[in-house]
Ligand binder design. Structure first.
Ligand code: HEM
Length: 158
């Protein structure tokens, strides 16, 4: 349970942090700091903008790997906990979509519709990760509701 709690809290705090960094990217007009390459942050005429945009991208990818770790853990050990399984799966789908939208924002040179969709998905992603972490911190439902969970709940090891 400790690993599950840690990853869920890290995912929620990470989502919040990437959004704040994204806001900074936007307000400093650093969105094209890495040029129009959606993956690599190549040499740029404005190194400060490249740094800001690069940090946002790296934070986004780190967040993606935290979500991947949470997804694998939940599906391998806690799949019977339906609320957590569904929220985690939705959260992972949203972070993948968010990365695609982030790359699309760069390729389209910050098309307003793409950037606004990137913002819209970010807020939904934060809501899902916070809800997921809150559900996990609250603990599993009584074993009468989910008998299959009784075993690992009783051992207190997972
Ligand atoms: C967990 C993943 C991510 C989240 C939650 C996220 C969130 C955000 C947010 C909230 C903004 C500010 C939007 C606004 O103020 O309108 C932003 C901006 C931006 N993001 Fe992300 N982002 C993520 C990943 C990425 C990735 C992987 C890329 C690129 C490969 C990317 C590229 C951008 C760009 C270029 C902007 C600046 C848009 C502008 O200048 O207005 N993002 N992001």
């Amino acid at each position: 349970m400790r690993l599950l709690r840690s990853l869920a809290v890290a995912a929620a705090v990470g989502a919040w942090a990437v959004i704040v960094i994204g806001g900074y990217v936007s307000h400093t007009e650093s969105g094209l700091g890495c040029g129009t390459d959606p993956l690599l942050c190549g040499p740029s005429s404005d190194s400060q903008a490249a740094l800001i945009e690069g940090v946002h991208r790296i934070a986004g990818w780190v967040e993606g790997f935290v979500m991947l770790g949470l997804l694998v853990l939940v599906w391998r050990r806690y799949a019977v906990w339906r609320a957590v399984r569904d929220l985690t799966t939705l959260g992972f789908a949203l972070v993948v979509l968010q990365a695609v939208l982030g790359m699309a924002a760069v390729v389209t040179e910050l098309n307003p519709v793409v950037v606004t969709t990137h913002l819209a998905v970010a807020t939904a992603f934060l809501a899902v990760t916070v809800l997921d972490a809150a559900t996990i911190l609250r603990g599993p439902p009584p074993s009468s509701v989910a008998p299959a969970m009784g075993a690992w709940r009783a051992t207190g090891t997972e």
